[in-house]
Ligand binder design. Sequence first.
Ligand SMILES: Cc1cc2nc3c(=O)[nH]c(=O)nc-3n(C[C@H](O)[C@H](O)[C@H](O)COP(=O)(O)O)c2cc1C
Length: 112
Amino acid sequence: MQQAGNLFDAPLVILVCGNKDRAWKNSYDTFQSTEVDASIVTDHMMMEATDLGLDTLWVCKFDRHMVRHVFELPSNLEPINILLVGYGRDEPKSPDRHDKTRKKMEALVCYI
Ligand SMILES: Cc1cc2nc3c(=O)[nH]c(=O)nc-3n(C[C@H](O)[C@H](O)[C@H](O)COP(=O)(O)O)c2cc1C
């Protein structure tokens, strides 16, 4: 699993998958909420872990083909996110730093 991406030697690695057989499907088109649902779950797990005094890191950059192979995932399960849980090595950087590095609203919002 460590070869699938940078997992920072986390003691707990949670692979969050979406189930394409069960995820909501939009009747208007082909949209399916697999990734949305898995990401909401990931977000809630982050908040719960934080509440328990743990640190987390959300990982999207990993080799999904390798993970699928290693865990022999059936085709209906889509690996979406990895959530690392543990205790951070360093003090978290202050969120105030975003005041200097945050992108301007115009760079993020598209007005049409
Ligand atoms: C959707 C998403 C995917 C992410 N993927 C990765 C990743 O693959 N590898 C990684 O090191 N961090 C990843 N992160 C963590 C971000 O790098 C982290 O949130 C960022 O350092 C901002 O932290 P801050 O909110 O404390 O400033 C991801 C975060 C999000 C929201």
